[in-house]
Design a binder for this molecule. Structure first.
Ligand SMILES: [Zn+2]
Length: 391
């Protein structure tokens, strides 16, 4: 294309148009901001200065002066909820919902916020009712997610399963892991009430949802044991090693008891020793130590602990070694040795916790669902000290 003089004219024209556009934008902005109540800026300023109490007062004033501002109601309601003032949050959202002229979109929004208020306040029945009204609205996915949380809190596992399937179908990602855990909860309940025959089909469903679910595998063994099928239980529990060797720590004691029951304790101890070799663990060591002490005597048990401590030098291992040493210590050193043992043991109590990999919540007991963040399968089957050694 050849250069022509008129093209130069395009440049000032281009800038001119930009200038006009900018002025129009600014004018619009200024006129819009004039329509906002002054209290809005005051409130915003308090919020930015980390003075939420004063911000709330300013926003209340606006809502009082101009009850038509729906957005301000939402902001105020959320502020109340976040500060734990759920009763006030509920009132704000209920007021909004009571307006006959509220457009459908905002009505659904208010309903959703009201549901969240109820959830936060622990009014689960009302929250459930509210979210149920929204499952065909624009808030379908978050409402279903909230319903799933409610059913879990209420331990209504069949409804939790239904809600999880609904969520999956609405395209909110896979929930198979949770579904498997919900079936495990149901099965565990059946086992507690001594109905192993009811537990088994539930556990099959759990495995259908998640093939590598350790808990379901473990519970199938428990159900078989409850039906006096010890060999079957042992076969099932051995499958845990194929899913995850560290998780054998959760099943080792059951297995050892099973092998003792069928008269093959040596087979059991060798098997669990092989797990220990693959995945060093104080829980596995504990089971093997007790079995070796019983089968091969104290010297063999001491050797086992010393070797393990050399391989994985942890305070938990040292604690175990001191315990073994104390069994036949000469009278002259018993008091010193037990003093050291008590010291080490006091310290290892803190290290022998399980810890959630999501929120860091520590617990003495192993949990399938974290009591801190309610997530499933976030606890590694190892004690905190062992995790640190591995890292
Ligand atoms: Zn957690």
């Amino acid at each position: 294309m050849e250069f022509e003089l008129w093209m130069l004219l395009g440049i000032p024209l281009f800038f001119g148009m930009g200038w006009i556009a900018a002025r129009v934008d600014i004018r619009q902005l200024v006129s819009e901001s004039r329509t906002l109540p002054r209290g809005y800026f005051k409130g915003l300023n308090f919020l930015l200065n980390d003075q939420p109490d004063k911000a709330v007062d300013a926003f209340i004033e606006i809502v009082r002066m101009d009850p038509e501002t729906a957005d301000m109601h939402f902001a105020l309601g959320n502020l109340f909820r976040r500060r734990g003032e759920t009763e006030r949050a509920i009132r704000v959202h209920q007021n909004l919902l009571a307006r006959p002229d509220l457009p459908q979109e905002q009505k659904e929004h208010a309903e959703y916020e009201l549901g969240m208020d109820y959830l936060k306040a622990g009014l689960l029945d009302r929250a459930e009712e509210t979210f149920n009204r929204l499952i065909h609205s624009q808030y379908a996915v978050p409402a279903r997610r909230a319903l799933l949380e409610i059913f879990q809190r209420e331990k209504e596992w069949p409804r939790a399963i239904e809600a999880a399937i609904g969520l999956q179908e609405s395209g909110a990602g896979s929930r198979q892991k949770e579904i498997a855990q919900f079936y495990c909860e149901l099965a565990q309940d059946a086992l507690v009430h001594l109905h192993p025959e009811d537990a088994l089909p539930l556990l099959e469903k759990s495995l259908q949802a998640d093939r590598v679910n350790v808990r379901a595998t473990l519970l199938i063994g428990d159900a078989q044991l409850a039906k006096d099928d010890v060999e079957g239980a042992l076969m099932t529990w051995r499958r845990v090693e194929q899913i995850s060797v560290p998780h054998t720590a959760l099943v080792a004691q059951r297995m050892m008891d099973g092998y003792r029951k069928v008269g093959r304790p040596l087979e059991g101890v060798n098997l669990i020793k092989s797990y220990l070799e693959q995945a060093s663990s104080i829980d596995l060591l504990e089971v093997v130590y007790k079995a070796v002490l019983e089968l091969d005597g104290l010297d063999a048990a001491k050797d086992l602990v010393v070797n393990e401590l050399r391989r994985t030098p942890t305070l938990l291992g040292l604690d175990k070694l001191l315990e073994a040493r104390l069994v036949d210590a000469p009278a002259s050193v018993v008091s010193e040795l037990s003093m050291v043992k008590n010291l080490v043991h006091g310290y290892t109590q803190k290290l022998a916790r399980y810890q959630c990999s999501h929120c860091g919540f520590k617990a003495r007991q192993f949990y399938w669902q974290c009591p801190g963040c309610s997530r499933w399968e976030t606890y590694p089957p190892r004690r905190t000290e062992e995790l640190n050694v591995m890292n």
